[in-house]
Design a protein around this ligand. Sequence first.
Ligand code: NBP
Length: 474
Amino acid sequence: MEAYCDIALVGLAVMGENLALNIERHGFSVAVFNRTGEKTARFLATGARGRAVAAAYSLPELAGLLRKPRKIMLMVKAGRPVDEIIEQLLPHLEAGDILLDCGNSHFEDTRRRSARLVQAGVRFLGVGVSGGEEGALNGPSIMIGGDEEAYRELAGLFDKIAAWADGTPCAFYFGPDGAGHYVKMVHNGIEYADMQLIAESYHLLKSALGLEAREMAEVFRAWNAGELESFLIEITAEILARPDEETGRPLVEMIRDQAEQKGTGKWTCQSALELGVPAPTITEAVYARGLSVLKEERVEAAKAFPGPRPPYAGEKAKFLAALRNALYAAKICSYAQGFALLKAAGQAYGWEMDLGRAALVWRSGCIIRAGFLDRIAEAYGKSPGLVNLMLDPFFSERLNRVQTSWRWLVATAKELGIATPALSSSVDYFDGYRTADLPANLIQAQRDYFGAHMFERTDRPGKFHAIWRDGEKG
Ligand code: NBP
């Protein structure tokens, strides 16, 4: 068998097929394999027809088609399938070959697999790929972690297939083992928060102001022309303007209000809890999807608790301006949480994470792409050690400027009885962060009272225990 292909792609579902075509379009010959061979044959006869794509129907055949050191990208379902395919591939690989897991693997799995593959002499990269099928075909955002030498050998390919922003490819190396998948996971966590904040804004426009979908589309379109400019705001305007072909009503109103999830938002929250990093906006976004699923319970509860009823009776222009400010301020909070998480994970796992790069890698090709990220990249470019994004002069000035209307908007939503968990928890994150003296002293006293957990004093160093009850032994 003649070994002539530059790279292999394993897993021909929607992401794998599109990524294979993207790679081939940039001048690389690609060998493809899929567990179910019919899909490989169908791809060769359709999308890959006439392209420099070779089919393999077994893993030894695939290994034989590749120039050495072999480079094999996995684009299979995250979890056990990745382990299975790695174990099946290993007997056909040699020392120095490069294996890339390009699916949405959990970073801890990537850390474990990295350690396993180092022992086997195979170089491993954990690669987060964002942008869905469109991104995979035309240029995704690529977040790379793992063996740095292997990354350097593939950097040219990554740069070619990635999305570009301002003359820079959105493909960066973030550090050893799970660093790339961690950045991708936080991207998805921020995506959950962005989507929830937009959904809450839609809810307020609909229920507080009573706007029609086409009017809301105009609001989002106008916002997209300003500092909120982003892919998600842009598609929200398009979604709201779309009529349902069957009924003629806005399509969005015909969609059941139960949001599904695949788990990467949950992983972000779990990691935040694990590392002790507050990420309430992101976490509330995940909880909100969970609450949305309780449709039957909500329908019953709506009868049991009629509560306050919108609409809002005040000035519409004031409400709209405050909502725009609230959305922007809450977005700063959710990104501050995501970047604080990246910083903490970098320290915990020894990745020396470059936070400015995380902002740069998300500027194009991924779901959270937004003009806003340029500002974040600038903030970390000027001050790589910035402890929290909110403290960057640009963002702190914006937060100071909009906080009054942000508070007013959230307070008004509470008076109207409209749930705004991400908008509201962002105000609490901001207020907690800017409070020099929190009531945690009382919590320490309680812990010491019932559990002798001890406390620190404000006036001298050391750990202390107080005798709280008569007769208690010191
Ligand atoms: P899926 O996540 O649906 O995975 C389907 C692929 O996995 C098929 O090729 C399937 O082969 C293969 N596979 C399975 Br399932 N079990 C296998 C096993 N035990 N051994 C070998 N192959 C196995 O595909 P996708 O939506 O294209 O996503 C691929 C990866 O990219 C996932 O990790 C996903 O989370 C990530 N991702 C997806 C998107 C998106 O928009 N879809 C975006 C970003 C990242 P078969 O044909 O034989 O069943």
